[in-house]
Design a protein around this ligand. Structure first.
Ligand SMILES: C[S@@+](CC[C@H](N)C(=O)[O-])C[C@H]1O[C@@H](n2cnc3c(N)ncnc32)[C@H](O)[C@@H]1O
Length: 174
């Protein structure tokens, strides 16, 4: 079976094209940004709070811009509609595990991300089932469940017989 990282990329692929504006809200090791760039999109805007992660991911590409700032401030630097956005919650494998996404800032960022998404745009959220991650997932999911189903279609892909990461995919209908 494909990994949840691959499944999140599969979910976003249909909205990627040479004019697409993409956001990687949690750069980490840069797998998601590299995926967007591999699809020859127009621009990838990434956010990360650790300079070490930005240095380690080491992405040199004229279509890539990275901001050393929390994704909860994304509206300060993104002034255009977005085709695709991804959040990979938690800590960066290989770096300090005490630096991770947090429920309040993550929820704020998801709300801002949905506002920036264009019609037919998609957002992928990959959640991890550790303690802190569970609270984050619960709060974000309960917010998502409150959204108007005429405005957003939201799917959840989860393994039923194992604790594993899982994917929530959102498409903005209107
Ligand atoms: C699970 S990792 C991301 C994995 C990454 N997408 C990849 O492909 O390797 C989560 C990252 O989010 C970063 N992070 C934590 N809080 C953040 C925030 N408020 N804004 C942006 N990034 C944040 C962490 O430093 C960490 O590198």
């Amino acid at each position: 079976m494909r990994s949840f990282v691959d499944l999140s990329h599969d979910f976003l692929k249909p909205v990627l094209h040479y004019q697409a504006i993409c956001v990687d809200a949690t750069l980490g090791n840069g797998l998601d940004s590299r995926f967007f760039l591999s699809q020859k999109v127009k621009k990838v805007i990434a956010f990360e709070v650790q300079q070490e992660a930005i240095d380690k991911s080491n992405i040199q590409d004229t279509h890539f811009e990275v901001h050393l700032m929390g994704h909860e401030h994304m509206d300060e630097v993104i002034h255009q509609e977005v085709d695709a956005m991804i959040f990979n919650f938690g800590y960066c494998p290989g770096l300090d595990e005490s630096i991770h996404t947090n429920v309040n800032t993550s929820l704020e960022a998801v709300k801002k991300g949905l506002a920036l998404l264009k019609k037919k745009g998609r957002m992928a959220l990959v959640f991890y089932p550790h303690d802190q991650g569970q609270q984050e997932a619960q709060e974000i999911e309960s917010y998502l469940m409150s959204l108007n189903s005429n405005q957003y279609m939201i799917l959840k892909t989860k393994l039923m017989n194992r604790k594993s990461p899982y994917l929530v995919g959102i498409e903005k209908i209107r």
